[in-house]
Design a protein around this ligand. Structure first.
Ligand SMILES: [Zn+2]
Length: 84
């Protein structure tokens, strides 16, 4: 792999799988998206194609009320979309 850093801290990666340094695949619809230098495309995809899925960021309006904190929301998303 190129010089690119391997650390991906963005929570968006609970919803996407990185295929390489340029493309990521949506875990829900398997759509391939470019994410060169920014994950904004990935966030836009979630908002456009999966509006019922709350992004695991600071803002989780759709399901936030059902959970008391962000960690619970993350666990919920991980269980629902990664480990099923
Ligand atoms: Zn998708």
């Amino acid at each position: 792999m190129p010089k690119e850093k391997r650390i991906r801290t963005s929570d968006i990666w609970t919803l996407f799988t990185a295929l390489n340094s340029e493309f990521a695949m949506c875990n829900m619809c398997k759509h391939k998206l470019s994410y060169k230098s920014t994950t904004n495309n990935l966030r836009k995809h979630i908002l456009a194609r999966h509006p019922t899925v709350a992004l695991p960021t600071n803002k989780v309006p759709a399901i936030n009320s059902a959970f008391s904190n962000q960690n619970e929301v993350k666990l919920f998303l991980i269980k629902k979309y990664i480990y099923y």
